[in-house]
Design a protein around this ligand. Sequence first.
Ligand code: NAD
Length: 383
Amino acid sequence: MKIAVAKENELGELRVAQVPDTVARLVKQGFEVWVEAGAGIGAGYDDAAYKTAGAKIITDSALLWGEADILLKVNPPTKQDSWLEIDWLKPGTTLISFLNPLGDPALIQQLAQRNVTALSMELIPRTTRAQSMDALSSQANIAGYKSVLLAAASLPRIFPMMTTAAGTIPPAKVLVLGAGVAGLQAIATARRLGAVVEAFDIRPTVKEEVQSVGAKFIEINLEEDTTAEGGYAKQVSGDTQELIRQGLSTYVAKADVVITTAQVPGKSAPLLITAETVAQMKPGSVIVDLAAETGGNCACSEAGKNVTYEGVTIISPINLPGTVPINTSQMYAKNLLNLVKHLAKDGELQLNFDDDITSSACVTHGGEILNERVKDALLVVSG
Ligand code: NAD
């Protein structure tokens, strides 16, 4: 069975779906591995390293896509000139990638029409059994780390307390909003740099995790149930949102740095910081909004831009995992390797839809869209 690793064509994407180490393991599992020429350059791996690992290097993109039995990618297939990459795939190919299935259900429909079996890395269940395949977590972890470094580099003061002959400098105050995977890593990173850290999450169950990585948990009394199925946050009512914004405003105003990571799966990000609250912050303070791509947790955020509002810098990065491509590629490649090993027996893919990892992640098979939420999203898009 032929596994192909395609080059990423998204502007600025430096990650790659497989690294030489994981390619060698796939070869050991009995797969033939093809890697598109130059696919690993952004992540620090040249074609020779893949060749040494046992891969065949392919220069012709259409050939690589067209001959693949399993195609591995980071980003969804793109449109190149007048050609959709999907059109290169032969019916029956298995595509495994981030596919943004709820954000772009039309793409999922095209995959179904092409009779491609597509597994979406966003839909790997967040369970202990699937932990080694959980690419959302592996990438969010690094995004949380990098967000703090961006804040520290922009802040016109240092993070740690320093006692020197020239006086004592107090530590910076960092506030983290949303304590999922990215938020917890942001807390740990800010603590390692010496900041004093406070954090809030709408799910009260994360209090202990927040405290275990060294932050004080901010309590806001909410009457509404805030936790949905699977431990995710719920989209709460407008009144509860307002209560949260008001409850947080004094903490935001006192912070030197605010890192926001709050997300509700499949919905736009909750607004946690209004422009009025930003204006109450000290000039020079920094907000890093990791939710900017889904609408932003701060009213002043503009996805992909750094803006200044009333002396406060608001940084809204796009694709932070892509800025640390060596490690994020290594982790993503391992997530994919573990998934392929989970799905394969004796070098062949054998999809078992009674298995929750397969049934959750598989969005198209046999010409059909399998995921009900994607079908609903498609109905909304097509009106
Ligand atoms: P996410 O990116 O979907 O959201 C980030 C955080 O924002 C979440 O903690 C969420 O509760 C919080 N949030 C949402 N609305 C908010 C609001 N209005 N105010 C403040 N905070 C708000 O989260 P994630 O990192 O993908 O994690 C989602 C869930 O998956 C969590 O329950 C996490 O513990 C769980 N998880 C489990 C595993 C596992 O068991 N293997 C692995 C990873 C994550």
